[in-house]
Design a protein around this ligand. Structure first.
Ligand SMILES: [Zn+2]
Length: 271
């Protein structure tokens, strides 16, 4: 499943190539993905200009020149391909643009989604309205993080992965951020001191930004969200490294299971 850094990388790739482009064709090969596609989709999109791109959690947002925004989610297996060859049976949508660019939405498992919504009411869209803090936003600070964690009795790692509190911190990034911040995944989420919350907010942002930076350099004309982060995994400090030495203290990394997900951590560096 694409994680937040990959979605950000894909979004930046689209923005670089498609900002100010006009949609001149749309071929739609099925009525639905995870949800039904908007009725009259081609009629609503052909002729529209893309004003700019953004992202909220793992939703890619494209502002159109008719005061609507296109929302797109890659789901489990979705990818967007710019100027690649036709992808066969799993290519569900094919966009053509006024400069000849072709964008293909390919999704074998069809957990992806696409919707259109008035830009002025974007935040009220049912897929976006319940989402937590955006970790790459300026407003993601220690006090903001402490605020959403306040009163939470669950283990810190479980709370970090709750999309209603903070978005985009998946299993890998939760383990990595907690190691960087020196905080145990088992400690109570609501019990962080202000200095610890600030350290954790900084660590989350830094880990995500490093992954984006690693992905950005490998992105050319081919934009793809390909599953687990091939470009970043060599840099993991703890994730997937049970029994290997902690990069900070050289003690073996430990593994535990929390809410059916593997957590990797160092019991010496993380308290
Ligand atoms: Zn350690």
């Amino acid at each position: 499943m694409p994680e937040l850094p990959e979605v950000e990388t894909v979004m930046r790739g689209l923005a670089a190539r498609l900002t100010a482009r006009r949609i001149t064709a749309l071929e739609q090969r099925r009525p639905d993905l995870r949800f039904p596609l908007p009725t009259g989709l081609a009629a609503r999109l052909v002729g529209r200009q893309l004003l700019g791109f953004g992202r909220r959690a793992k939703y890619i947002l494209a502002a159109l020149d008719d005061s609507h925004t296109l929302l797109l989610h890659l789901g489990m297996s979705g990818r967007l391909v710019l100027d690649g060859p036709p992808a066969g049976a799993h290519e569900h949508l094919t966009f053509g643009f006024d400069d000849g660019t072709v964008l293909r939405f390919v999704d074998p498992r069809r957990f992806g989604m696409l919707d259109l919504t008035p830009s002025a009411r974007l935040a009220e869209h049912p897929r976006l309205s319940g989402l937590g803090l955006e970790p790459l936003a300026e407003s993601f600070t220690g006090p903001a993080l402490a605020g959403v964690l306040q009163g939470r009795l669950s283990p810190l790692k479980i709370a970090l992965m709750d999309q209603r509190l903070v978005v985009g911190v998946g299993n890998i990034y939760a383990s990595e951020s907690l190691h960087r911040a020196g905080l145990s995944p088992r400690r109570m989420a609501g019990g962080l001191r202000p200095v610890q919350a600030a350290r954790l907010a900084t660590a989350i942002r830094a880990v995500l930004e490093e992954a984006i930076a690693a992905g950005g350099s490998s992105l050319r004309d081919y934009v793809q969200a390909s599953g687990v982060l091939g470009f970043y995994q060599d840099r993991f400090a703890v994730y997937g490294r049970a029994g290997l030495p902690c990069p900070r203290c050289q003690r073996p990394i430990k593994k535990l299971v929390q809410a059916q997900r593997a957590t990797f951590w160092c019991s010496r560096c993380q308290r």
